[in-house]
Ligand binder design. Sequence first.
Ligand SMILES: Cc1ncc(COP(=O)(O)O)c(C=O)c1O
Length: 479
Amino acid sequence: MTTDRPLHAAGSGLGFSTRQLHAGDQSDAQHGSRTTPIFLTAGFELDDFDAAGALFSGERDGYVYSRHGNPTAAAAERRIAALEGGDDAILVASGQGAVAGALLGLLNAGDHLVASASIYEGTRGLLGEHLERFGVTISYVTAPHDPAAWEAAITPSTRVLFGESIPNPKNDVLDIAAVAEVGHRHGVPLVVDNTLATPYLVRPLEHGADVVVHSASKFLAGHGSVLGGFIVTGHGFDWGAGGYPQLSERRGSDGRTAVERHGDQAYVRYLRELVVPRFGAVPSPLHAFLIQQGIETLSLRVQRQSASALAVARFLEAQPEIASVDYAGLDSSPHHAVAERYFTAGYGSVFAITLAGGRPAARALYDALEIFTRMTHLGDVRSLILHPSTTTHVLRTDAEKREAGIGEGLLRLSIGLEDVDDLVADLERGLAAIRALGSVDGDAVGSPFDDADPTAVTARAVAEPDPRIAALDRIAEAV
Ligand SMILES: Cc1ncc(COP(=O)(O)O)c(C=O)c1O
């Protein structure tokens, strides 16, 4: 027998650190386990015939089957809702599952979605390859910091605006309030991926966003051991005003629509009861527990990682081998002013550097590092480094990469919890390796496989498909 602890934090007035430890806890009244127990079970015993019917008809609350809800997941859901200032939250199996679930609950064939052009590659693939296949049209806003550009992209069929609070790798932060205001004027909700910022740095719902999604695999878990995702919802959006017939016209077994039953909570209830269980991106209760454990130290980690990232970015900005540093925390960033309006406790720990020496320099630095882990992940307690052009963005054409500002000399860094001096020393080792190369040419966007002469290999790659493409296809869109 377990009970919810009385300290339920949404609107409690408690501080962030207190909430990240206590909100949503589920204690174990039978044995006194202080941490939420891991309810590793597929289903839940039904007391008797009538109780089973009451649970299935919704007359009684309770757990039935873990694809529809699990107490360990519910504890993590209550906690993230409290931290984001949301009314409700749903834990799913991955960040990709969260983005897909949130959008599948909103969109129908014939609808239109407007997205920032600065979004995670996996999301871009989901939109352009899969949602389009199901009859949804997509427009990208290439100047996402300009509210007028969002407004110009909206059509009568637009049902969702989608952006990321801190996009990776360019750190071109979203003006959440301005974009939400544009959406609301047209009766369209704003969905914000808050993975890189976390609710410690910014809470998009407080700035007018309607839905927040997360890859919990990153900062929320922090330890880099599991995958997970959250969909967090706010209140006040009018789902009955038209455009969402699944909420305002589809009638359930009691003859009522989701809007009639749940008002402004219609969307999240539809997601929880139908969309998420049917598309099946269900988290393991063990992963729910590990994500909950991670969240307990979120503020400490993000505070330290943000401070270290700023120190490392400042060091890198001063190095002659570095052409530019894309970090919104730097005064030199064109996005610093917007970032300052939204972020009061730090600017996050993921950013990009572009090496003046292009791909050869990127390769030399990358391979010389001893403390940074070469890995396609971010928000980990360990510092990580990645070359997007040949990994996450390898499926983009050279022109698309150029437009997105992803050159061959660009490396993405995710700063962890190591001592800053050790990280700087590691990067100095990388810079020394670049100097050892002698003089190299400027930043060329060529074939992803070239390391000596970009132009020559571009021609060869077109003539004969490189077998390594298949291998890279498999990992592209990872983080
Ligand atoms: C911003 C962002 N959103 C979503 C995802 C997808 O998350 P996951 O890997 O947990 O599916 C990622 C990374 O993978 C990401 O960086």
